[in-house]
Design a protein around this ligand. Structure first.
Ligand code: FRU
Length: 478
């Protein structure tokens, strides 16, 4: 599917992320089988145990007690002759331990859904009758099992899986997690020339009101064909209704979930405490995933994000709040007011929270760069109610012609601006207003200390709190 020749890219030091999951070595893509059980978060992932390119797809495995520190374990589900183990999900089943569903991708091109069981999350036994759901097609994949509880308390298992080439999500239901009844499909809509991948469906209260629950479909789309969109793969969400059988929506378009270039295949954990919808995504893009340095790991997970719906300008918006530990990293760090232009050299693992009053500051521009000629700039433009994010520089262009990028997205106009920048080695995630907008990018900055810089068109102050050792911090002169 995606074997590429190894490319030589000069990026200097690639710093391993400190609070994002990366495998010790080798290729990783989608998060799989996300499940919380016995006080542990289990993360499985698309993994090549034998190399740093896509291939031999298997499920790698890691666990965490706090979503911040991860321990990698033995491969949980291994590819076998004639069959790769593609993406899927896991649930805690009453009385029967953990049940996983994954796509068996056979060498003859068929894709069908298979199941495996485990009591401890480490040793998995595949069902001898696999695949248990086979349509005889070649792009039927990425089963995500969710629960639907009817008003009378009956639990139905629901499987979402894509017919990727048809841009459809198929729904099947089951009472025993083994035999499945087809109940309908959703799609196609939105851009043509893409495949649909890795669906998920979450029920979220609007503004925390448990009496006003809506369903949000999460979807990943990847351009294909002779002239694919150079923007590459990205995620979207759609608001709708779910009756336990099939998802309906009045939406005529998909809404972009993350405005960066590197957030894909995001799905949520089953059985998270308090029923929270906690999502992890893969921080890369199929457009160039095979061209980023293998250092010796190739592929990283995003920060965990807790999903909610918030009414903004009379519309429910999907909010993605970064994991709580990010805020605890900031605890104790002093907040100060900085005058622009300002810059600080700090280590490549940093959390920076900023807020300002745009009537006092005008347009604010934040930039981060290291020793390589690659820079991420984020510009808030209050007059237009928008943010522009660009990744540029000669080293960005050298990595892949489509690695430089520039995007503009709207941001609510009311009130002050709150921006959180999380830098962890080559990963930069930016959140506005506690997750009302998010943008994730890979940024190979080439050094273990990097420079953050702030400038603005007016003189008003910017309040800044920073976690991460600062090497030098000063207003810029001239
Ligand atoms: C998404 C995806 C899935 C597939 C897996 C294969 O990134 O293409 O559709 O199951 O990756 O590794």
């Amino acid at each position: 599917m995606r074997t590429h020749d190894e490319q030589q890219v000069v990026t200097g030091v690639v710093v391993r992320p400190a609070f994002h999951f990366t495998p010790r070595t080798n290729w990783m893509n989608d998060p799989n089988g996300l499940v919380y059980v016995d006080d542990r978060w289990h993360l499985y992932f698309q993994y090549n145990p034998e190399g740093s390119d896509w291939g031999n797809m298997s499920w790698g495995h890691a666990t965490s007690a706090d979503l911040q520190h991860w321990t990698e374990h033995e491969v949980a589900l291994s590819h076998r002759p004639g069959e790769q183990i593609f993406s899927g999900s896991a649930v805690v089943a009453p009385d029967s331990g953990l049940v996983a569903y994954y796509t068996s991708a056979y060498d003859d091109g068929r894709q069908a859904q298979s199941t495996a069981k485990s009591t401890d999350g480490h040793r998995w036994v595949s069902d001898p009758h696999n695949p248990v759901l086979d349509r005889g097609t070649t792009s039927f994949r990425d089963p995500k099992i969710i629960r639907h509880v009817a008003d009378d308390g009956t639990l139905t298992w629901v499987m979402l899986a894509v017919e990727a080439d048809d841009r459809k999500v198929l729904f099947h239901t089951s009472l025993d997690l083994r035999t499945w009844e087809y109940t309908g499909s959703y799609g196609p809509l939105g851009a043509e020339g893409v495949v649909w991948e890795c669906p998920d469906l979450v029920r979220l209260p609007v503004d925390g009101d448990e009496g006003d629950q809506r369903w949000v479909l999460l979807l990943s789309t990847n351009p294909v064909g002779d002239d694919p969109d150079p923007g590459g793969s990205s995620m979207s969400w759609v608001l709708g209704r779910f009756d336990g059988r099939v998802f309906h929506s009045d939406a005529t378009q998909l809404t972009r979930l993350d405005h960066g270039r590197d957030f894909y295949a995001g799905v949520t954990f089953d059985s998270a405490p308090d029923d929270a919808a906690v999502m992890l995504g893969w921080m890369s893009n199929w457009r160039y995933a095979a061209d980023v340095p293998a250092a010796p790991w190739r592929g990283a997970m995003s920060l965990p994000r807790q999903l909610s719906l918030r009414t903004i300008e009379r519309t429910p918006v999907l909010v993605q709040e970064p994991a709580k530990f990010i805020h605890s990293l900031l605890t104790g760090a002093p907040e100060r007011e900085v005058a622009t232009p300002w810059r600080a050299r700090h280590d490549a693992h940093a959390v920076i929270e900023m807020h300002w009053d745009p009537t006092q500051t005008g347009t604010v521009r934040y930039e981060v760069r290291g020793d390589a000629d690659v820079v991420l700039s984020v510009e808030h433009r209050p007059d237009r109610g928008e943010v522009m994010i660009a990744r540029s520089g000669t080293d960005a262009a050298a990595l892949h012609p489509d690695f430089p990028s520039s995007t503009v997205f709207p941001l609510r106009r009311s009130g002050g601006v709150r921006m959180l920048v999380v830098v962890d080695g080559p990963l930069v995630e930016v959140f506005f207003h506690g997750g009302e907008a998010a943008a994730s990018h890979l940024l190979f900055m080439g050094s273990d200390t990097v420079t953050s810089r702030l400038s603005s068109t007016l003189d008003g102050p910017i309040a800044l709190t920073m976690a991460g050792s600062v090497v030098a911090d000063r207003p810029e002169r001239g």
